[in-house]
Design a protein around this ligand. Structure first.
Ligand SMILES: Cc1ncc(COP(=O)(O)O)c(C=O)c1O
Length: 436
């Protein structure tokens, strides 16, 4: 394996050529590297055409890369947004991909909306009578959110967002020229009276909501608020984009889960976004959009124009994976492991870092949202933590306007286990002693 990988890499780098049956040979010397060019002209070119841009757009990837970037060696990853490799169903994914590659037609074009069986699987997962015909397979949640935002709001339009919320969605909205308007969230999810006020004040036609295990607070939209949110949006003539990103990351003490909002919506208010990545791997980029009514055609058109379709082998692999006996086993094991990690982190925090307030302990998802003492400099704490060997996510990027208080988000899924959680908290203690 190692030798064939090394040969493949050398071949990709142009250093060897392989001739089947004959062996591997040193390649002829490469042509000399091109002389250094001068790219400074691009600084002018990328900014000077602002006059043509009637609506200001800001493309800033920092809110996303903070969760995607690999930490420096030796640094514990309390900032990761995905499962540590030891929690990923690596063998089941490899087997699914191998079987997928052998399926008849695996490398043909898929139907543009996605494989019918996969659309059916996503529709069943939403429930409430949503049908396969109302589902589009998307390349993960991020792409689905981008499609939904672009389909529902023209550049320059306001879009209501929870406060705090996922920075990657704020980045998408800003890149599309939209104006995020924050609506506060408490431990029961978004506050309906403020949502109604925000619709009135802004005239927005879109609200982006995470009703289940919200990122970053972990809040679940309370039963009495679910119908309220749909009613308020309907009265405003607005869509609700439901980002249902961690439905499969449930802890063992969660009790029965509320259905997706889309399952309770007969009027086509909800555009539902789901994804497989959080329960598998960031590279398993398969997700879904579901919607009812004419908006479905708008979503379909934008998705086809932007991305054509999702790679067919990956769609086939998704079907193989979720249909295998390994899938429910993986979800059960994941649930137990996430619960153990959450308990290790909450217990460790109470013991060693009592000055960090934890207003809500979530029963799903992979992170905790901590309020720092008033006046704490988040950036200084994050920098001190990194020096001590643990990477955190500062709270500021989760707020689309002025934050009410300093916060940090700690993820317990991206480290290797409870020993690393304990060590990470010890390092965080060192950082807090320096900064607080
Ligand atoms: C709330 C939320 N929605 C969507 C996503 C996008 O995830 P993916 O594109 O991997 O499905 C993320 C990733 O961190 C997230 O936190």
């Amino acid at each position: 394996m190692t030798v064939s990988r090394a040969l493949a890499q050398l071949s990709a780098e142009g250093l060897v050529v392989t001739r089947p049956g004959a062996g591997a040979f040193r390649a002829r010397p490469r042509t000399p590297a091109a002389p250094d060019g001068d790219t400074s002209w691009q600084e002018v070119a990328l900014s000077a055409d602002g006059a043509a841009d009637l609506v200001p757009r800001t493309v800033d990837a920092s809110g996303v890369t903070v969760c995607l970037a690999a930490p420096p060696p030796g640094v514990l990853e309390f900032n990761g947004g995905y499962l540590h490799p030891s929690l990923q169903p690596e063998r089941a994914m490899a087997a699914a991909l191998a079987r997928a590659g052998r399926r008849p037609g695996a490398w043909e074009r898929p139907p543009l909306e996605g494989l019918p069986e996969l659309r059916e699987w996503f529709a069943r997962g939403i429930g409430g009578g949503v049908t396969a015909a109302e589902v589009l397979v998307a390349a993960g949640g991020q792409t689905a959110l981008a499609t939904a935002l672009r389909a529902l709001a023209p550049p320059g339009a306001p879009v209501l967002v929870e406060s705090p919320t996922y920075p990657g969605m704020l980045a998408l909205a800003r890149a599309a020229g939209l104006r995020p308007v924050p609506v506060p969230v408490d431990p029961d999810g978004v506050r309906p009276e403020l949502l109604a006020d925000a619709f009135r004040a802004s005239g927005a036609r879109v609200f982006v909501c995470q009703p289940l295990f919200q990122n970053p607070t972990g809040a679940v939209l309370a039963p009495d608020r679910r119908a309220e949110v749909l009613r308020i949006a309907r009265a405003a003539g607005a869509f609700v984009i439901e980002d249902d990103f961690v439905r499969r990351l449930v802890h063992t003490d969660a009790g029965p889960l509320p259905r997706p909002l889309a399952a309770d919506d007969a009027d086509g208010v909800v555009v539902h976004v789901g994804s497989l990545t959080k329960a598998t791997s960031p590279s398993f980029r398969v997700g879904a959009l579901a919607a009812r009514g004419p908006v479905l055609e708008r979503l379909r058109a934008i998705q086809v124009v932007d991305t054509f379709f999702v790679s067919r082998p990956l769609q086939e692999a998704a079907l193989e994976l979720v249909g295998s006996p390994a899938w429910p086993r993986h979800l059960r094991a994941l649930s137990a492991e996430l619960t153990a990690r959450r308990t290790a982190m909450t217990t460790g925090l109470r013991l060693r870092l009592p000055e960090l307030a934890l207003p809500h302990v979530p029963s799903g998802g992979y992170h905790l949202w901590l309020r720092l003492p008033d006046g704490t400099d988040e950036a200084a704490l994050t920098a001190a933590a990194l020096r001590a060997g643990v990477a955190l996510t500062p709270g500021r990027p989760y707020f689309s306007a002025e934050p009410p208080a300093p916060h940090v988000r700690l993820s317990f899924a991206a480290v290797s286990g409870t020993a690393d959680i304990s060590e990470g908290l010890r390092r965080l203690r060192t950082a807090c002693d320096e900064v607080l």
